[in-house]
Design a protein around this ligand. Structure first.
Ligand code: HEM
Length: 397
């Protein structure tokens, strides 16, 4: 089996499951060459992904960041100001600033509002009988919800979301990179203005809390605030969108499961977990070994990159019976779509679950006889997994 997990072609309509299966069975901690880098360990089994995830001391997010590609030193210095790219104890302090806003209880308090927003989104498309499910349905809710949380107008949430889209495209041409950089600049400018506005008129929102927050007796600098803001906007946008759109596509590909869900809507929570396992909207995150160690019988040297392949771990037969079967009733379902546990476990997991359930409750309840209405385009990315365009038609009920 030829293994090339960096070949974008292999992700044309989803992750390269054949390669990943082969790796899990034959070479679960695989040394993978990189054309423009030193190479990395591709970790494909569930248990190993969890081990790496839970040992921040040995597998650092700070040393080399969390992206597979190595970053130039000046860029790395910048992104290390985001908690995503920190290790304890710094990470713990930054995370404590926002943990309170994302507890299951706080999130449950948002339920009525999230349901209301989901209803409005479906209200807007229902009379049309056709839409792009990605842009018109799946992408709307995450941008609205994060806007509410940070305390900005809903329309600004949509604009910022469009910027994250531009940042996440993996177009390697100079024009593509420049386009992405301009988007980063616009997001930073927005955050700078917001910081000033919230300092002048604080509200009961996360942005105001971050402006007032102190770490070791000091306020966040402008750059720290801006990067924190960018992380919150970025992390919760296209991940949730991709899950909702990819989840709907999976149901269209499994009509008997879609029918089951319409018949027994109380299955929605287990179905959403299965969509998360099946889809794995974030395909990987990277760590860097801080010391020599072993993993899955392979010797890892200090300084080497270790990449956790969540989409592969979520199809590991040693953890999930019949892993290539989509089963809306699957329980237990301890997938690692939100990370393998440990200190960086997704901050927004409860919120994402609430959004996804609210969206499917509306869509399944009100848009009947849905079918594809043109070719589905997949995101050209080895990092983020989901459709980027998905024309559908339906009957409004
Ligand atoms: C289906 C939707 C989502 C998926 C699949 C997802 C996935 C993940 C994963 C895999 C990580 C682990 C990063 C690591 O270990 O290095 C993570 C972290 C994070 N997620 Fe999510 N996420 C989702 C939705 C959200 C939402 C709605 C938010 C809300 C703001 C959010 C905010 C974050 C943040 C801030 C982190 C960094 C946590 C830290 O470094 O401590 N995510 N997410």
């Amino acid at each position: 089996m030829t293994i090339d997990l960096l070949d974008l072609q292999a992700y044309a309509d989803g992750p390269p499951h054949e390669q990943l299966r082969w790796l899990r069975e034959h070479d679960p901690v695989h040394w993978h060459a990189e054309p423009n880098g030193p190479g990395f360990w591709a970790v494909t089994r569930y248990d190993d992904v969890v081990t790496v995830s839970r040992d921040a001391h040995t597998f650092s997010s700070w040393a080399g960041g969390t992206m597979l590609d190595d970053s130039p030193p000046e860029f790395l210095a910048g992104i290390r100001l985001m908690m995503l790219n920190m290790d304890p104890p710094q990470h713990t302090k930054l995370r404590a600033l926002v943990n309170k806003g994302f507890t299951p209880r706080m999130v449950a308090g948002l339920e009525g509002r999230v349901r209301d927003l989901a209803r409005r989104i479906v209200d807007a498309v229902a009379p049309r009988g056709a839409c792009d499910f990605v842009a018109d349905v799946a992408g709307e809710l995450p941008s609205y919800v994060i806007a509410e949380l940070v305390g900005i107008p809903l329309d600004d949430g949509r604009k910022l979301y469009a910027l994250t889209e531009r940042m996440h495209t993996t177009d390697p041409t100079p024009e593509g990179l420049a386009h992405a950089q301009v988007a980063v600049g616009e997001m930073m400018t927005y955050a700078t203005d917001l910081r000033a506005a919230k300092a002048a008129r604080p509200g009961a929102d996360l942005a105001s809390a971050l402006v007032a927050a102190e770490v070791d007796g000091e306020r966040l600098s402008e750059l720290e605030f801006n990067l924190f803001f960018m992380l919150l906007i970025n992390a919760g946008g296209d991940t949730t969108r991709n899950l909702v759109a990819g989840g709907m596509l999976t149901l269209l590909h499994h009509p008997e499961q879609l029918a089951l869900l319409r018949r027994e809507p109380e299955l929605l929570p287990t179905a959403v977990e299965e969509m998360l396992r099946w889809q794995s909207p974030v395909q990987h995150f990277r760590r860097t070994a801080t010391r020599d160690t072993t993993l899955g019988g392979r010797a890892i040297t200090a300084g080497q990159k270790v990449v956790m392949l969540y989409g592969s771990a979520n199809r590991d037969a040693s953890r999930f019976a019949d892993p290539d079967r989509f089963d809306a009733r699957r329980t237990p379902n301890e997938h690692v779509a939100f990370g393998g546990g440990g200190t960086h476990f997704c901050l927004g997991a409860s919120l994402a679950r609430l959004e996804i359930r609210a969206m499917f409750a509306e869509v399944l309840g009100r848009l009947d006889a849905m079918e594809l209405d043109g070719p589905v385009e997949w995101l050209p990315s080895i990092f983020i997994n989901g459709p980027r365009r998905m024309p559908v038609r339906f009957r409004s009920v």
